[in-house]
Ligand binder design. Structure first.
Ligand SMILES: *Cc1c(COP(=O)(O)O)cnc(C)c1O
Length: 814
């Protein structure tokens, strides 16, 4: 198609003119984006077809990663990078008069996820393809992604994210691969030739149509598939699916509306369970459609289902796709005629599960009545799984009914999805060493005792291709010049820059790269928020979902305290700081929304107070998303990872910052623990309660937030400022909800307990920043150790220890 800059220019210009019918000079950036991305998908199309052909011919084991969320962000830049044509295209466009970065800005950010969990799935897709594994994604093509956040008068306002408005050049609709998904109905049982036959009558049919997105691996012409399902009316596609309950026109309209709602929008709750019927429908829709298309492919191999576990791995990202377990049982038993025992053996050996949280409010529990009505046969199978599971427990320990009740899959009229996921899979992994440890010793202890061989850890990771090479090309270039480019395919080799940690030349270049990134972000802040920030100040960043346990509140109370100090003593000698926030709150999470408002009020006060001078600036950047993260993270000096210890399963934001040379202030939580093991106290700023101390408080009590409030005048002052007219309240009691959460609900997340250590650690950071040579040394050491957190390393471990697959081929890079 094209092999160099000149042939690219020729092919591209012809496509542009051909498609638009206007002269080249009249094309807009949006036109250029559309034509270019279409061209690139076509360019990758041959490799895509070749990879699929190879899978068919070789009958390789295939991994299917089921996730309700894929937070992929923009694809153009990453695809160019992975195809190895980034420079050709950038320079070619430049010569035709366009800037590639401006063109990239035209792409909608595919926000089909809430935060870390969905972003992990996207990083895994990139690593699977880049390491040439046969691994694919299975998800939902939501018409509306995570809401777009606007800040109006300091408050979050949610707008629908109609990301498909301009079309999606990357996807291919595969109407030929559509499948039928059935809901509702009544199960009829009858005996035939000594076998029980279960048939569901009067069900409602929905068509699931896949849209395939190519997942382009780095440097190898290896292209996997992310298959996203969309719900369509069965009546429009076939008369066969028409169920008898739809007989008139109004019913038809209602039916259509209810079908389309299934893939209409992503639920905007992060780490929060919502027992809504539509959400359950989405989950079953994904499991049923995904499984049918996988089994069709498997059947082409001509093997019996006894071989399924050798040819297919079904991985579930958290419990959201757990219905894959009873659905596979249903197909094996009802359709393929397997005995229960054989079917269960096949299912358990095929499915594996990643646990993402120990927050009790996030554990999924579906009301039995809802599951029974919507999915009658699946519910019967869950009941039978539960019956057999409980009778096994009873045999082990007949006297301990309490244990059986606690571990049961169905209890208190609810289906406990985590219990079903553990019972029905051969591997259960946590996402960081500490998290897995807590699962084994506390949260899931009885399950660990039951199935110790199933539990394992897989610390999360991030793709260095997006988060370093694409987001921070200047830094990638410096690394290449210093240690060569082996780190790109073997990210652990980043450790080789350790030897430059005290090298003045390297330090100076790193400093100037960081300054340039900061200048760029400063320009963005000026444009979006109208605030001018000092690029020589410390850029102190907390960007992540807004949640009580992530403790944005601790950060903002510290800022209020700094403001009070400066007001009391305007000549105070402080290193100037710019505090940068980005965070979306779940629309129904009132406390989180008040914290957003507080950050914005504090920003307004601080940024406009002449006494503060240049010492302090506070910025809330609206609509935190993958593309915004790529702008912010390379410019950070400080990464705020300050969750209440034990609450953040892993975190992946922490890894992105580390890889871009920011230093972390954090608690010993999630993957911070593993970062700290490598970096030591010199290269990371650790403070606050440890997870054991948090557990002890929860278990034995003894925490008294009011006592701390009474004993620390700094805390007393900032908390009073939440409810009294003054610099942060225009009306009394403005932030009473926040105040109450601390003083009248005993500060569930230990914000006050960790306040003093946090303030002190921030002072240490300041002292450290004053010595730029030492600071840059720490920064280099952080980057050097970040290779361990590349998702390539994580995926290698999933491949070897859970899925037991090998790379499909090892071709040389070209
Ligand atoms: C990485 C990422 C997250 C996860 O951040 P944490 O700090 O680990 O919670 C959330 N949202 C976006 C857009 C991300 O890129």
């Amino acid at each position: 198609m094209f092999t160099d800059k000149e042939s690219f220019k020729k092919v591209f210009s012809e496509s542009l003119v051909g498609e638009l019918g206007t002269p080249l000079e009249e094309a807009t950036s949006a036109d250029v984006y559309k034509v270019l991305s279409g061209l690139i998908r076509e360019y990758a199309g041959r490799d895509w077809a070749a990879t699929n052909r190879e899978y068919q011919q070789r009958g390789e084991k295939q991994v299917y990663y089921f996730s309700m969320e894929f937070l992929i962000g923009r694809l153009l830049g990453n695809n160019l990078l992975n195809l190895g044509i980034l420079d050709i295209v950038r320079e070619g466009l430049q010569e035709l008069g366009w800037n590639l970065e401006d063109i990239e800005e035209q792409e909608s950010d595919a926000g089909l996820g809430n935060g870390g969990l969905g972003r992990l799935a996207a990083c895994f897709m990139d690593s699977l393809a880049s390491l040439q594994y046969a691994g694919h994604g299975c998800g939902i093509r939501y018409k509306y992604g995570l809401f777009e956040q606007k800040i109006i008068d300091g408050d979050q306002v949610e707008l629908p994210d109609y990301w498909l408005q301009k079309g999606n050049e990357w996807e291919v609709r595969r109407a030929d691969k559509k499948v039928e998904v059935r809901f509702w109905g009544k199960v009829e049982a009858r005996e035939e030739n000594g076998r029980w036959i279960f048939e569901t009558k009067d069900y409602e049919s929905v068509m699931a149509v896949p849209y395939d997105v190519p997942v382009i691996g780095y440097g190898h012409h290896h292209v996997n598939t992310l298959r996203l399902w969309s719900a369509e009316s069965a009546m429009l596609s076939s008369s066969k699916g028409m169920a008898s309950r739809h007989y008139d026109y109004y019913n038809f309209l209602n039916y259509n509306r209810s079908v389309e709602s299934i893939s209409e929008f992503l639920y905007p709750d992060d780490s929060q369970y919502e027992g809504k019927l539509l959400r359950l429908k989405q989950q079953y829709f994904l499991c049923s459609a995904g499984l049918q298309s996988i089994l069709r492919t498997f059947e082409k191999l001509g093997l019996s289902y006894d071989h399924l576990p050798e040819k297919v791995s079904l991985h579930i990202n958290d419990t959201h796709p757990t219905l894959i377990i009873p659905e596979l049982m249903r197909i094996l038993v009802d359709v393929k005629g397997y005995s229960w025992e054989q079917a269960w053996d096949i299912t358990v050996r095929t499915v594996s599960y990643t646990n993402h949280t120990i927050l009790s409010e996030a554990l999924e529990k579906w009301p039995t009545g809802m599951v029974r009505d919507l999915l009658p046969r699946v519910y019967m199978i869950i009941e039978e799984i539960n019956r057999r599971f409980c009778s096994m427990l009873h045999e082990q320990n007949p006297d301990d009914q309490e244990r059986i009740d606690r571990l049961a899959i169905i209890g208190s009229d609810q289906v406990r999805m985590a219990h079903l996921a553990i019972a029905g899979s051969h591997s259960v992994n946590g996402v960081a060493a500490l998290h897995t440890d807590i699962l084994k010793k506390k949260e899931m202890r009885p399950f660990y005792e039951l199935y110790p061989e199933r539990f394992n850890n897989k610390t999360n990771g991030i793709t260095h291709r997006r988060w370093l090479m694409h987001a921070n090309p200047g830094l990638a270039e410096l690394i290449n010049e210093s240690i060569g480019s082996d780190w790109i395919t073997e990210p652990r080799k980043l450790i080789d820059i350790h030897k430059f940690s005290e090298d003045k030349g390297f330090q100076d270049r790193l400093h100037s790269i960081k300054q340039q990134n900061k200048l760029k972000l400063a320009a963005y802040i000026q444009e979006k928020n109208g605030v001018s920030v000092d690029p020589n100040s410390i850029f102190d960043v907390q960007v992540k979902r807004l949640h009580g346990y992530k403790r944005q509140l601790l950060n903002v109370l510290h800022i209020m305290h700094l403001y009070n100090q400066i007001k009391a003593n305007p000549s105070l000698d402080r290193v100037p700081r710019t505090f940068i926030f980005g965070a979306k709150a779940a629309p129904s999470y009132y406390l989180a929304k008040r914290i957003i408002k507080l950050i914005n009020v504090v920003a307004d006060t601080v940024n406009h107070d002449p006494d503060v001078g240049g010492k302090l600036k506070v910025v809330f950047l609206e609509n935190y998303s993958v593309s915004l993260a790529e702008k912010i993270i390379p410019a950070a000096n400080i990464s705020e990872q300050i969750s209440t210890a034990s609450k953040e399963a892993s975190g992946t934001g922490n890894m992105k910052f580390m890889m871009n040379g920011a230093l972390t202030i954090g608690t010993l939580d999630g993957a911070n623990v593993e970062m700290h093991e490598m970096l030591g106290d010199e290269n990371m700023f650790i403070f606050g309660l440890k997870s054991d101390q948090v557990f002890d408080y929860y278990q034995y009590g003894g925490y008294d937030a009011r006592g701390i409030y009474a004993g620390d005048p700094r805390i007393h002052q900032v908390l009073d400022q939440l409810i009294q007219e003054g610099p942060f309240c225009t009306s009394p009691r403005e932030f009473e909800t926040i105040y109450d959460s601390i003083l009248n609900h005993n500060d569930e997340y230990f914000v006050l307990k960790d306040f003093a250590p946090y303030v002190n650690t921030q002072l240490e950071i300041e002292a450290s920043y004053r010595n730029q040579t030492e600071w840059l040394k720490k920064s280099i050491i952080n980057i050097a150790h970040s290779g361990k957190f590349a998702s390539d390393c994580t995926i290698e471990q999933y491949a070897n220890e859970i899925w037991r697959i090998n790379p499909v081929r090892q071709m040389s890079m070209n």
